[in-house]
Design a protein around this ligand. Sequence first.
Ligand code: ZN
Length: 334
Amino acid sequence: MYFRIGHGYRAGLSGVFFILVLFACVVLHELGHALMAKRFKVMTRDITLYPIGGIASLESMPTKPAQELQVTLAGPAVNVAIGVLIWIFLIITHQMPDLETISTGNLVNLPFAFNIMYANFILAVFNLIPAFPMDGGRVLRSLLAMKMDQTKATNIAAKIGQFLAIVFVFFGFFYDFWLVFIGMFLFLGAGAESKAGELKYALEGIRVKDVLMTKYSVLNTENTLQEASRHLIDTNEKSFLIMKNDNVEGILNYKDIIEGLHKGNANEKTETFMQKDFVWLNPEDLLTDKLPVIGQGKQSLFPVKSDDKLIGVLNTENIDKWILAKHNLLIHEK
Ligand code: ZN
C-alpha cells in the first residue's frame, strides 16, 4: 500500500518506517481477535504475519454464532479505532490536509500520520470483504448461522465468497491486476473453508471411542531406531507408542525416525527421539472438538485412555478411513 513515495535516502527510510508501523497495526488487529476470543475462554496459539495480513490461530472458534461474530469484528474494529484516533489527532494539531491535497493522491505531500490513518481504514475495509479467509467471510457466516445450522451457513458463505472472488478476477483483468491475485486468494480460501465445514459435518456427534484403533504396535524405550524402522516396513503404521513398564512414555513420530536414521543414529534408543510432551484423548471426546489438536500436525499419534488405562490409539489416517467407510456404507443403505 506504499506506492509513489519518490526515491532517495530519506524517502526510503520513511518508507521502511511506514511498513513497520503498518505491521504493528496488523499485529494489533490480530490481538483484537485474540483478546476478544479470550473473553470467551478461547486461547490463541500464535499469531503469524503474512505480507497480506496476519492470522491469529485460535485453539478453536467459539461455536455460538454471536461469539464468533464478536471475535471476528474485534480485528477490523481495532483498525477503525486507530484510524479514528489519528483522525482526531490530525484535527486537534491542525495537520489534517485539505481535500484538494488528498485528491492529488501524492502521498509525499501528506503527513505521515495521515497515511497511517488511511492505511488502517483500507485494512478494515479489505478485511471485511465478505469472502473467506477474510474476516468478512466469517462475519457473513456467523450472521447466516443465526438463522440456519453451521454447515449450511458455511457453505452458503463460501459460495458467496467464491462468486465475489470471480468478480474480482474478472474486473482485475480490466482495471487492476492486483484484484486478480486477491480474487484467486479468496477463491482458494473459500474452497478450503467449505471443505473444513464438510469434514466437521461428517464427524458431527462422533466420539473418539467410535474411531479409535485397537490393533497397533508398541515399542519400548530400550528399542533402537533400527528396530523402529523395521516396524515401519513390517506394518502400515508410521508412528508408535513408546512404553516402559506399561506406561506410555512418549510418541515416536515418523519424521523423527526418518530424521534420526538420516543422521546415522540407527543404534540409539527410541527414548532419545520420542516426543515426551504429548496429548491424551478420552474415549468420550467429540472428534469435532478435538479436530484442531489432531489436525495441527504437532503429534501424529494420540493414545486414548479410560480410567487411567490405555485402550487404543488414534491418528488422522484412521479418521480418514473411517469417513470413507461410513460414506460408502451410507451409499449402499440408500
Ligand atoms: Zn482479522
